[in-house]
Design a protein around this ligand. Structure first.
Ligand code: ADP
Ligand code: MG
Length: 305
């Protein structure tokens, strides 16, 4: 199957208050991937997810889930996706068991096909199956939300900021579980503003900023673009005009330093220093810095405030 798990074309959203949250998103999420939607707070990640979930109406564009257009085949689209929302909203007066049974009912899963205890076991809540949800810890509630998204056995699971405000131990547990699900064949989409999380889990990452996709590549390629190196050079006097062709980007730091990023595979620091010397600049200090995903992210999402 070459069809995408999720396909999004020209997706736009302007909220009633005039806020333009999505400015035309094009995105293909391959089947079988663990796909990261990375972006700063307010980028539009939840808006996009909520449109897929049928919770927010789009302003323009198209989206389909597992081949089903959300307008033309809303029911099929809906059963193809399980969504773990960013906010913890749950039914305090139901037990985890009841919560899952109710959800299964909502999705029309016949009693004989329900896997309530199996799912609770998978998220390690089997011993809490019959206690009131309000007594669960934050981490358990989070896991119950994941369980809830799985009752109808969807081929695509979307987790919206699954580990925001979650402690390290639980984060690790959730990651393990996401990997397990993925290994079992589920396509996983995860939004996060933690680079570390996207880097650790995802085989492909799209970076969203101000309602637009600014990068979309497999994680390895994206990290490779982070193979830029930075050279910070300080001179004995103010830099007048910056010489041409030093590197990919050249930034003045204060009046006497330049931060020069360059592609290690194309340029060497020695060559840059030579050019600076030839331009009559006297170097008094040099330091280098390796760029990482964070730099790529910042470079792509930095804009005038
Ligand atoms: P993210 O999930 O990436 O943090 P959101 O999709 O939540 O981003 O928000 C994108 C933008 O849309 C933000 O500027 C946010 O304030 C705005 N926004 C979100 N929901 C609403 C709403 N219901 N009404 C108006 N603006 C909204
Ligand atoms: Mg969000």
């Amino acid at each position: 199957m070459t069809q995408s798990a999720i396909s999004i074309r020209g997706l736009e959203k302007t909220y009633a208050n005039g806020k333009r949250a999505l400015g035309g998103i094009d995105l293909e999420i391959p089947r079988g991937s663990i796909f990261g939607l990375l972006g700063p707070n307010g980028a539009g990640k939840s808006t996009m997810i909520n449109i897929l979930a049928g919770l927010v109406n789009k302003t323009a564009g198209k989206a389909s889930i597992w081949g089903f257009d959300i307008d033309e085949h809303p029911r099929n689209a809906k059963v193809s996706i399980g969504i773990v929302p960013q906010e913890i909203l749950f039914d305090a007066f139901f037990t985890p068991f009841e919560t899952l049974e109710l959800q299964a009912g909502l999705y029309g899963v016949p009693k004989a096909k329900r896997r309530t205890m199996e799912i609770l076991k998978a998220v390690r809540l089997e011993d809490k199956a019959h206690t009131y949800s309000r007594t669960l810890s934050g981490g358990m509630k989070r896991r119950l939300l994941v369980a809830k998204a799985l009752v109808h056995n969807p081929p695509v699971l979307v987790l919206d900021e699954p580990t925001a405000g979650v402690d390290i131990e639980l984060r690790q547990q959730l990651w393990d579980y996401v990997r397990e699900l993925h290994a079992g064949g589920t396509t996983v989409v995860l939004t996060t503003h933690y680079l570390e999380e996207a880097e650790a889990l995802c085989d492909r990452i799209a970076i969203i900023d101000q309602g637009l996709v600014v990068a979309n590549d497999d994680t390895r390629t994206l990290l490779a673009t982070a193979q830029d190196k930075m050279l910070i050079v300080t001179f004995d006097s103010d830099v007048g005009t910056i010489p041409e062709g030093l590197g990919e980007t050249v930034e003045l730091r204060g009046t006497r330093s330049l931060a020069i990023t360059y592609d290690k595979s194309k340029t060497q620091a020695g060559g840059i220093l030579q050019k600076l010397g030839a331009a009559g600049l006297n170097v008094v200090d040099v330091s280098t810095q390796e760029a990482d995903l964070e730099d790529v992210f910042l470079k792509l999402t930095r804009h005038a405030a």
